[in-house]
Design a protein around this ligand. Structure first.
Ligand code: GLU
Length: 446
């Protein structure tokens, strides 16, 4: 392969239609091209070609009966992407748009993200086109039981350890774990994100969101600043957004916006701890829409829009989903004075937006670095399960902070080493790639 373009032509030819996967691979390959130039042994061993081919893809039928007695058929997947540095590890996503291309993009990102955490975790991702939204608890349970009735034979605490992602939270993990235990007849740490009374780690629910804000704070520290007194535009209102908001508030910043697929709310007074507790209850227990918050506090709700045009913020934390922030949005954010963007979601900024942020030399933390705190604490949950131990909140939170500091360091170091100082996109891609690539090289052609 002579160029990134030639490599991408080859990838696209083998995986037609997997557009999100192509997007993720193209960004990584353009970052790591200089590494391949400097280390010809990687290209000779065809490391890039092997890295974009999952080690195994499992696809299965998930039949279940809804509350009206009708039979429903969904499709389940597990993409076992890379096990060079540890067992497959990564979440399950339940959402109607889930397809193989989306899961391969997520699994590929996960392989570099997990490498950055400093913990021994390979990469996987899975899920289904089932959407829990609007479904009763009983329907979600029956779906989860059917899903796990097939998945159980492919996972294991030394093989593949799924967790949550969009549409898979505490409720779904509970049902999935219950069914695993029933069919496998063993109580082991085959999932992370478990409840704290049955093998889960304290701080795991908070970890992704807390980590994003720790990462933003680390980036700000390179300019002798911090999150303290900064105003933040946040998108999303699920697990990542909830705890990103909590950490912004904890560190003395202000949260102006939150959103869901119906639109966003703008609270110029700031969403404080009490208001956030109301939102968490709305989303986790009442399973309502974000517009209800605007009615509750008397602030603005903008249906069908995203929060990127709101003025008066320095920080943006996209915590909803892939490609939720376009080049036009990025232009607006930059024009409005935003100079810190840390991605809580996976690949929320599209390629045009990333280019604009990088060219403007703002503090831009890509998802695979900024949101790695979630999977990092999953790794800590695995360590606790393996040693039959339970660590305190403070211990897990300080380990999380330490890991985010280390990831930040690795990005800075790799970017500087390849003459792109301050470029966290290049830094994260290179640091993650080098770790996985060197392990693959050492292990031979497998
Ligand atoms: N779904 C999360 C992610 O995108 C967490 C995965 C995990 O904890 O295994 O990293």
């Amino acid at each position: 392969m002579q160029s990134t373009a030639e490599f991408m032509e080859w990838v696209e030819g083998r995986t037609p239609g997997e557009v999100e996967f192509h997007q993720a691979v193209a960004e990584v390959m353009s970052s790591v091209w200089p590494v391949l130039q400097r280390n010809p042994e990687y290209a000779e061993a065809k490391i890039p070609q092997r890295m974009v081919e999952p080690e195994r893809v499992i696809s299965f039928r998930v039949p279940w009966v809804d509350d009206t007695g009708e039979i429903q058929v969904n499709r389940g997947y597990r993409v076992e992407m890379n096990s060079a540095i540890g067992p497959y590890k990564g979440g399950l996503r339940f959402r109607s748009d889930v397809n193989l291309g989306i899961l391969k993009f997520l699994a590929f990102e996960q392989s570099l993200k997990n490498a950055l955490t400093t913990l021994p975790m390979g990469a996987g991702k899975g899920g289904s086109d089932f959407d829990p939204k609007g479904r009763s608890d009983a329907e979600v349970m029956r779906f989860c039981q059917s899903f796990m009735s097939e998945l159980f034979r492919h996972i294991g605490d030394h093989t593949d350890i799924p967790a949550g992602d969009i549409g898979v939270g505490a409720r779904e993990i509970g049902f999935l774990f219950g069914q695993y235990k029933r069919v496998a007849n063993e109580f082991t740490g085959i999932l992370t994100g478990k409840g704290s009374t049955w093998g889960g780690s304290l701080i795991r629910p908070e970890a992704t969101g807390y980590g994003v804000v720790y990462f933003a704070d680390q980036m700000l520290k390179t300019r002798d600043e911090s999150i303290f007194r900064k105003s933040c535009l946040l998108s999303g209102s699920g697990n990542v957004a909830q705890y990103a908001a909590e950490n912004v508030i904890r560190l003395g910043g202000k949260v102006l916006t939150m959103s869901d697929s119906s639109g966003f709310v703008h609270d110029p007074d700031g969403i404080d701890e009490e208001k956030l507790a109301w939102i968490i209850d709305l989303k986790e227990r009442r399973r309502g829409r974000i517009g209800e918050y605007a009615e509750h506090v008397g602030c603005e709700f903008r249906a069908g829009e995203r929060p990127w045009a709101v003025e008066g913020a320095e920080v943006a934390l996209p915590c909803a989903t892939q490609n939720e922030l376009s080049g036009q949005d990025a232009k607006l954010l930059l024009a409005n004075g935003v100079y810190v963007v840390a991605e809580g979601a996976n690949m929320p900024s599209d390629p045009d937006a990333v280019r604009r942020f990088v060219d403007a030399r703002i503090l831009f933390g890509p998802g695979k670095a900024a949101n790695a705190g979630g999977v990092a604490v999953s790794g800590l949950e695995m360590a606790q399960n393996a040693s039959f131990a339970t660590w305190s909140r403070d211990k897990v939170d300080s380990r999380l902070l330490g890991i985010m500091v280390d990831i930040h360091h690795s990005c800075i170091r790799a970017a500087a080493e390849y003459d792109r100082p301050g470029n966290y996109v290049v830094g994260a891609n290179i640091a993650g790639f080098e770790k996985v690539a060197s392990a693959m090289l050492a292990q031979g052609v497998v």
